[in-house]
Design a protein around this ligand. Structure first.
Ligand SMILES: [Zn+2]
Length: 297
């Protein structure tokens, strides 16, 4: 516990709204900022700091933080849905290959048209971007934010087209690997989109103390980029193995692809949780220090 000292200018202020002691819950209303909790002795200042999140309150104000939080959440949910839909047919196929008895026949249960849902999810993602329009007047952070939005917009537009084409290809040429190749080539825009998302999260995520300070619980974008590249590599190895009739190589590729796909989906699901924290902080921002401390006339 780092017990920061009370800034001298605030030392004689009193707690002017109900702040509860971090340790025992005692209401510190009316006590001095440099005092201690009468119940447990914890510094009042520590409970005040815990209540206000000074780091977030130093950031430039957003015009409509609640809208930004909801848009970010719906964007990541659509990304998760889109990725899960795109992965479903390959996953079913891969799992089927791993089953030597061939009894599961999973792929037969997922029609080619299912992939259209990924295009719909990408449209949903584009729609979510509307609520994320980069704010003016937040300086350099705004530039990072704006770039992230543009990257995501391009990537989602590519996703709409690619998923639609992949669904058609699979329906018309069910045995051709063309749809697989198309899916794999989406790894490139996916990485670009993840990097755009990283920029946006870097700017907006700072406003949530839970996100800012979570170390283990924060989904790293780098890990998801690595999973995307693993997914593409596995898919290429599998296609290579299939084209050269090397069964072992194809299985190796399938296993790498399967593991990477699961890692990516778990990563996206965790990202949704992280964004849920950010949204919560944006919808209910912590009070300003000036609302908590003051001097009574
Ligand atoms: Zn206490």
């Amino acid at each position: 516990m780092n017990s920061a000292a009370v800034p001298p200018a605030l030392a004689h202020d009193e707690v002017v709204s109900p702040v509860h002691c971090r340790r025992c819950g005692y209401n510190l209303y009316g006590l001095r900022a440099d005092g201690q909790c009468p119940e447990c002795g914890l510094e009042t200042w520590e409970s005040v700091l815990h209540t206000v999140d000074p780091a977030a309150s130093r950031l430039p104000k957003l015009r409509d933080p609640a809208r930004v939080g909801s848009a970010l959440l719906s964007l990541t949910v659509f990304l998760l849905i889109g990725a899960a839909v795109l992965a479903t047919r390959p996953l079913a196929g891969w799992v089927e290959k791993l089953d030597p008895t061939g009894r599961w026949a999973l792929a037969a249960h997922v029609p080619a048209e299912f992939t259209f849902l990924a295009a719909a999810a990408a449209v949903g993602g584009l729609w979510s971007l509307r609520g994320l329009d980069p704010e003016r007047g937040i300086g350099e952070q705004g530039a990072v934010w704006r770039r992230g939005i543009w990257l995501l917009a391009w990537v989602l537009a590519v996703g709409v087209v690619a998923a639609t084409v992949a669904a058609r290809l699979e329906a018309v040429f069910p045995l051709s690997p063309a749809a697989d190749v198309l899916r794999l080539s989406l790894a490139v825009p996916a990485v670009i989109g993840l990097l755009g998302l990283q920029g946006i999260l870097g700017v907006i995520g700072l406003r949530s103390r839970e996100y800012r300070t979570a170390r283990g619980g924060r989904q790293g974008i780098t890990a998801m980029v690595a999973a995307t590249m693993g997914l593409a590599a596995g898919g290429l190895i599998r296609l290579l193995g299939l084209s050269q009739s090397l069964g072992g190589l194809a299985t190796l590729g399938a296993v790498i692809g399967l593991i990477s796909t699961l890692m990516l989906l778990i990563g996206l699901a965790y990202l949704v949780v992280n964004v849920w924290w950010i949204r919560r902080a944006l919808h209910r921002p912590p009070p300003e220090l000036s609302e908590i401390l003051g001097r009574r006339a």
